[in-house]
Design a protein around this ligand. Sequence first.
Ligand code: GLY
Length: 367
Amino acid sequence: MSERLTINYEKKPCYDIVFSASFEDLTDELATLEIERRRICVLTDTHVSGLYGGEIVRLLEGKCVKSVLYSFPSGEENKTLDTVRDIYRFLIDEKFDRRDLLIALGGGVVGDVTGYVAATYLRGIDFVQIPTTLLAQADSSIGGKTGVDFDGYKNMVGAFYMPKLVYMNISTLKTLDDRQFFSGFAEVMKHGLIKDGRFYEWLLENMYEICDRQVETLLEMVMRSCNIKKLVVEKDPTEKGERALLNFGHTIGHAIEKSRNFAMTHGECVALGCVAAAFISWKHEWLSMEEYYEIRDMFVPFNLPISLEDMDPDEILALTKSDKKMAGGTIKFILLKKVGKALIDLNVTDEDILGALREILYVEDAE
Ligand code: GLY
């Protein structure tokens, strides 16, 4: 049994997100894209290829003109124009044209790279997202952001390009290693904090079921998370305004990610960024002290950090200011007006940021 959510673009239905506990409805869903007339290239990484690549290619057998699998090495360090170039070469060698179809099978990196290839190969070719990580299911596969990192800057080169379908098999979350699972959870928490206080409460109440990865609970969690993202991206698909709220925790998060040379997961850095942003919100007297500490401590059972050793606040501040989310030299900082309601603040000072960084700096207790 699958559930679905339709994402509208410019007030018209654009693509469906299908939520399922298996891949059994995948080919029926793809049939609506007339795949019997198309070649399909399944793009994935070397890790996910071993888990699901064979299964997806088998499911496609006899259903399309031809299906091929292309894997590139896994990891954020491969989210580059070099990987994109290798994929263009493969598609040219396999004679893919604009009527054919790409499938992104994997996590956020696979989705972002494949989406960018789809947006640019022959000026645009259809693509489908099959996200297999929590980060990709709850966040990055929805809303049409595609792109690659460039010279250490995250998502510096990219395009908005909508998929034709997003198919989520929630059972894939069972095979994720703990670190990747909890990394995705940071984005789920973020959605509750910025837009839906009741969802945030629900996450607190269902902590054990989520950590046990009970499929029914995960299904509800991912669907509610996607619904929040749907409401945001439908109103502001190309981040002219409200979509920036989704960057809560990301301004400082990205700076930490860069300072650690991507050795920490995205979600670990976002969790630290969320704690820092919640701290500034408390200092602005928008959150109470109790709310701040509850938000901070809520990350702990999900194995996400709330403090960091060996961090130089001045270095992180400088990196924060070099992030692309600046509006004419001012940082577009996302803060919480209350739990479940975020806003864009252009007046956060260096001192506010340094104060928050000192708060998340781990200092060993002196005996
Ligand atoms: N992950 C933030 C966005 O899609 O805008």
